[in-house]
Design a protein around this ligand. Sequence first.
Ligand code: AVJ
Length: 330
Amino acid sequence: MFTAPRSDEIFTEQRLTPRTFQPDPAFREDVLNGLAQAVKAIPARWFYDMRGSQLFEAITQVPEYYPTRTETALLHAHAAAVAERLGADATVVEFGSGSSIKTRILLKALPRATYVPIDICGEFLDEACLALQGLFPALRIVPVEADFMNPVSLPLRREGRAMLGFFPGSTIGNLTPFAAVDLLRSMRETLGEQAHLLIGIDRVKDPARLVSAYDDAGGVTALFNLNLLQRINRELGGTIPVGEFRHVARWNEDASRIEMHLQARRAIRFEVAGQAFHMESGETIHTENCHKYRPGEIRLLLAASGWGEVEHWSDAGGDFSLVLAQGGGD
Ligand code: AVJ
């Protein structure tokens, strides 16, 4: 049984902001640009400060959020098959943070592999690598600090070893299909011809279930979304009245995606980094897209990016897909 944490009992213990704290200039730019648009929008990547990352971990435990536990079960069931196909000396390249339980499931099947986590946050990488090395002493770890949205040159001699890209969590869903194809192509470039890719992708399903996965009754996702405003206030000297916003998750049928928004309950004015903004009552800030795909669409998305499906695993309910693909074939 999963017991959802009550909204008011999670993570009250906050790390203090050091006096030397410098706001990320890219965060400032994205927020100021995003709030100046006719339709306000801020990229989802800015959710993940310390508190946002903790809140996302809490989301993965709420009963309505099925993706994490469904994908975890799929990895448990099929990691051995992946390992068998790739071979024990494979190189596993993970796109994005690599401290998760999912990485451990995969590496448990490949304990003598070379593991290359790619992440933009070097500090986080070091911590995650230390922990993994303790768990898998025979693992060769080669961390790469880079933005995986662009092709990354890997500091490795290939020596005929099989390459496996790993991109779990349906993170691909944050991108529009157009941008997803770009990313999948650039992954193919990073990994080389003939490489494999193990990717988790969430499926289209009953909109009511999708909406509740992104608007849980315990209000954890609402806290996660609203934390973006708190982060803006903390890091960019904002005066946003956070209590005047409500969390909204809606299914956009035409675009096949869940959208998260922060909606103003009344007309408001505030400042960020010395600049003034106003919002009408009911106006929203668009904070995230989570695209959902059908099995045939997954096949097409991969094919359009130079990847052919080798295996397509799913749970009995067809909620989530774990796909093993290979580049090279046309
Ligand atoms: C981390 C992008 C996969 O889209 O399901 C969860 C983020 N946002 N609840 C997702 C998220 C709100 C999550 N991803």
